[in-house]
Design a protein around this ligand. Structure first.
Ligand code: S3P
Length: 168
């Protein structure tokens, strides 16, 4: 029994891609906290940021994570990159199962998130500085929340998956 596995890490680290593969491999449901918010509200993430601001989005995110922490069904949970900003979220995630920090370099993130219109925090002309400042604010929170850190740089999804499976 592996139990629940939670993926945390910055935008473009591959949480959704790896999460789906991992869930299929472990034969447990895949859950994406952003996707749950979109399903519940019926609108996309940029629209939530537009209407309710980042604060409104964070409230919704915290509620979804608290609800999931109250279930005791095994799952692979992919979180949004900012989920670890909130101390309650961090505690809930660690209490749910094994938390894996998917770490990638800024260079790799840049390749993956360029021209992405679905991420409100990245709608800027200087994407690289934005990613660097987010990393500066968040890297230590990812570290302190995770049980394991897995670097995805230069690796294919199946290779990242294999690295994660070594810890489970
Ligand atoms: C965010 C990351 C996004 C999404 C929202 C905010 C963040 O999720 O939750 O746009 O603060 O890093 P992904 O990490 O899946 O892109």
């Amino acid at each position: 029994m592996t139990g629940t596995v939670i993926l945390i890490g910055p935008m473009g680290s591959g949480k959704s891609t790896i999460g789906r593969l991992l869930a299929a491999r472990l034969r447990i449901p895949y859950v994406d906290s952003d996707q749950l918010i979109v399903t519940q509200t019926g609108v996309d993430i940029p629209t939530i940021f537009e209407i309710e601001g980042e604060a409104g989005f964070r409230e919704r995110e915290a509620k979804v994570i608290a609800d999931l922490a109250g279930h005791n069904q095994d799952m692979v949970l992919a979180t949004g990159g900012g989920a670890i900003l909130d101390a309650h979220n961090r505690a809930h995630l660690r209490q749910m199962g094994q938390v894996i920090y998917l770490d990638v370099s800024i260079e790799e993130q840049l390749k993956r998130v360029r021209h992405d219109r679905n991420r409100p925090l990245l709608q800027t002309t200087d994407l690289e500085s934005r990613l660097r400042s987010l990393a500066q604010q968040r890297s230590s929170l990812y570290q302190q929340t995770a049980h394991w850190r897995v670097s995805g740089d230069g690796l294919r999804s199946d290779q990242v998956l294999r690295r994660i499976l070594r810890y489970l």
